[in-house]
Design a protein around this ligand. Structure first.
Ligand code: ZN
Length: 258
């Protein structure tokens, strides 16, 4: 089964042809998609896409948007997450590359998401960029306060943070970046990820895999990511598909496995 674990189908880039994009995904064999919430205030639009039986969603606020509500509470997130279509908390985390929200606000809002993941038992969808040391520290501190499950999505950070997160039981997702010619450092880390905790994503409309690089990405391009993962790990395509499917359902365990 092909599963796109991270799509942004509510994004305005899909406003003119969302129905066709979803149809092309199904025609390409994508059996399941998780539409990722970028800010809590946008949840209704995120959830609307997940009306389809093969699309699920999350609730949370991206670190870029953390400033929209520095007072966000775990209670609010947990309340929305009672909706059975919500299968994860996030995406959330730290992005010190763009710094679109103040770093202390990003960190505080991130910890609120951790608390919601702990209370609901749902996986935390983590975005991290140029924040390896602080991210590692917060994950370890929070984990010591009480366990939670986490996905390091579209992982492009360092090997050391990957090891620290893996030691806490983290899952990792691989995106189209793995196909970029210059991304050898990213591939190096992917080769070391725990084999039973790797899944794949497009992160569409961003990060289209080669040979679509530079174009708008869509779920139908996911097989290019899976092919690259299989090649890098020395797995057959069938094995890569089976392994990522097993890992996906172990993590997103609110989704009934067909
Ligand atoms: Zn992200």
């Amino acid at each position: 089964m092909l599963i796109d674990s991270h799509v942004n189908l509510h994004a305005p880039q899909f406003d003119s042809d969302r129905v066709e994009v979803i149809e092309r995904a199904r025609a390409a064999g994508i059996a399941l998609m998780v539409n990722i919430c970028d800010r809590v205030s946008n949840y209704p639009a995120v959830r609307a896409v997940a009306e389809a039986p093969d699309i699920w969603c999350t609730v949370g606020t991206h670190p870029h948007e953390a400033k929209e509500n520095p007072q966000l509470t775990a209670h609010t997130l947990c309340d929305v997450a009672r909706d059975p279509k919500v299968v994860g908390i996030g995406e959330t985390g730290l992005d010190f590359h763009y710094d679109l929200s103040p770093r202390d606000v990003q960190a505080a809002v991130f910890r609120v998401h951790v608390e919601a993941a702990r209370r609901t038992g749902l996986p935390l969808v983590v975005h991290t960029r140029e924040a390896d040391e602080v991210m590692g520290q917060i994950l370890e501190e929070e984990y010591a306060r009480g366990p939670f499950r986490m996905l390091m999505h579209c992982y492009t950070s360092g090997a050391e943070l990957a090891r620290r997160a893996a030691a806490l039981g983290a899952w990792f997702s691989v995106s189209g970046i793995a196909t970029f010619r210059t991304a050898e450092d990213v591939r190096e880390v992917i080769r070391e990820m725990p084999a039973d905790r790797i899944i794949v994503e497009t992160d569409c409309p961003y990060l289209a895999p080669v040979p679509h690089r530079g174009k708008r990405n869509e779920p139908a391009f996911l097989p290019k990511v899976l092919e690259k993962l299989a090649e890098m790990r020395g797995w057959s395509l069938e094995e890569a598909e089976r392994r990522t499917e097993d890992a996906f359902f172990a993590l997103f365990d609110r989704i009934p496995r067909p």
